[in-house]
Design a protein. Structure first.
Lengths: 84, 435
């Protein structure tokens, strides 16, 4: 599965996951199933199986991503502007 | 023979066995300040930030700690900050590397010149030398004392001893170590040049990068680009070793064929494959590997890169799967126990890799055993698939690139030693049959 396309003119935002904080509660995968699922131990995994550090967030998923950020009991998620 | 590899995890770093082929930064070697100035000239302190950054950009200098990031970009970004910090990173936590210790021991003033130039360029309030304990650090401290007594340095340099763990040299682990905490990587939501040591904008450069910077400040970009390739100019320090041989530190231009580099290092024995770029690097087969130029451009097709210049030559009589499994076991043991996919996944990955490596070895004669000998069960043919599955669960899922690099080393081993993988699944090993 390919990653959702992000329009060139959209604000480039990524969902950043602090792996040192994540304890695998799994709320993020519940709240943002378009981008995240859980691995066999419950830790978040990009739906495409790719790197799970900085996931591009398409504009239409911004609200869901924000819910995932505020829903993380470990405060391990944040939305940041994409780095050049 | 491959036992040397695993046991080399620490002794390779000892300076006593290092033989050096000099070049530019090593050619600038000088034991004391007077001979350093006589040989290399005085420190060109007053270039100014703009001209220095422009010269470094024109030179095309990239970080020599492994990531090859353009040095001028980091300098420029750090120079925008207030109350900045600069750190010379000579932790060199890669077990098969000896180049930073060698450089620090032979040309300490060149590294310290580079540190002062970087400090001046970003108007740093604090400067640190972060290096592992040993004879090189003693020599560097002697050089620092000499500079202090003579009033050479405008920014006082504090020395912090780096611990020996593999991840201790990673940029954010360096910050933690200097902050007095365990030297472990941290999350990178914010860039170190913006939010580094105790939250201050921080410039972390590898010791060799600073030495190259000190030469560029003296001789200019044009001189720097006189060797190397157009895309990857200049020289780099390589640490070459083989089971029972080396390490030898050589300085060569980027683009030097791998076989020539090994030859300069005196590693003339037959080669089956080479691990290029250290324990997070990539395995390339001797053919065509030995004729490949050592550059990011040429090695990319092999999923490898020069990295911090570590090359390990494996003879054809040694088992590459065994070597890779031993390295992976070391890397798994060295994880920082912070990020779940890494601390749960790497040990599992290492365990499966060890099973595959062991499958072809003397205790397991497999189906090729002479009649009358006990034939052990053949290994599970699903082992390679399990390695791929676990690799995908580890790579890209951690605060630092330890999981990614470890998976890369394994992935390239499975590609380069594909014939060995099949032999091991059939219960025997090719290594003893190649002469």
């Amino acid at each position: 599965m390919n990653r959702p396309e992000v329009a060139a003119d959209a604000p480039a935002r990524v969902l950043h996951l602090d792996w040192t904080a994540c304890a695998g509660h799994g709320q993020c995968a519940e709240l943002l199933p378009e981008l995240l699922r859980r691995d066999e131990l419950g830790y978040p995994l990009a739906v495409d199986g790719g790197p799970t550090r900085d996931l591009p967030v398409p504009p239409e998923l911004a609200a869901h991503a924000e819910r995932a950020v505020s829903g993380c009991p470990r405060l391990a998620l944040r939305l940041i502007n994409k780095r050049a | 023979m491959t036992g040397t590899l695993a046991s080399s995890a620490v002794p390779l770093n000892s300076l006593a066995s290092v033989r050096v082929v000099p070049g530019r930064v090593l050619g600038a070697a000088a034991p004391d300040l007077d001979s350093h100035v006589a040989r290399n000239g005085v420190l060109p302190y007053d270039l100014g930030t703009g001209p220095l950054v422009a010269e470094v950009e024109a030179a095309g200098l990239t970080g020599r700690g492994g990531a090859a990031f353009p040095t001028w970009r980091k300098l420029l970004a750090a120079a925008q900050g207030q109350r900045t910090v600069v750190i010379a990173n000579a932790a060199e936590s890669e077990p098969a590397s000896a180049k930073d210790a060698t450089l620090l021991a032979s040309a300490p003033h060149l590294v310290l010149d580079g540190l002062q130039l970087a400090a001046a360029a970003i108007n740093a309030q604090e400067a640190y030398l972060y290096a592992k304990d040993g004879p090189a650090l003693v020599l560097a401290q002697r050089a620092l004392a000499e500079r202090q007594a003579r009033g050479v340095d405008r920014t006082r340099v504090r020395v912090v001893v780096a611990p020996q763990q593999f991840v201790a040299g990673e940029e954010t682990a360096v910050l933690a170590g200097i902050e007095g905490r365990d030297a472990l990587p941290r999350d990178k939501a914010r860039l170190v040049v913006e939010f580094g040591l105790r939250g201050r904008p921080t410039l972390v450069h590898n010791a060799e990068t600073l030495a190259q910077l000190a030469l560029i400040a003296r001789h200019g970009a044009r001189w720097f680009r006189g060797v190397g390739t157009a895309g990857e100019p200049g020289t780099f320090l390589a640490t070459a070793s083989a089971p029972g041989a080396g390490p030898v530190v050589v300085e060569v231009p980027y683009g030097t064929p791998l076989g020539e580099l090994l030859g300069l290092a005196g590693l003339a024995g037959p080669v089956g494959a080479v691990l290029v770029g250290g324990y997070h690097g990539g395995w390339v087969p001797a053919n065509p590997g030995l004729s490949l130029p050592v550059s990011r451009a040429a090695l990319a097709a092999w999923d490898a890169a020069p990295g911090a210049g570590v090359v390990f030559a494996l003879p054809p009589t040694a088992c590459g799967l065994d070597a890779a499994a031993r390295i992976l076991a070391y890397l798994a043991e060295q994880n920082a126990r912070q990020c779940a996919p890494c601390f749960t996944g790497l040990p599992r990955l290492a365990s499966v890799a060890a099973s595959l490596a062991a499958a072809g070895h003397p205790g397991n004669p497999g189906r090729l055993a002479p009649a009358g000998q006990r034939v052990l069960a053949l290994p599970d043919p699903a082992l390679p698939g399990e390695l791929s599955r676990l690799s995908a669960l580890v790579s890209g899922r951690g605060a630092c690139h330890h999981p990614d690099g470890s998976v890369r080393m394994l992935r390239t081993a499975l590609g380069t030693f594909a014939g060995d993988v099949q032999a091991h699944l059939d219960g025997y090993c090719l290594a003893g049959r190649r002469h």
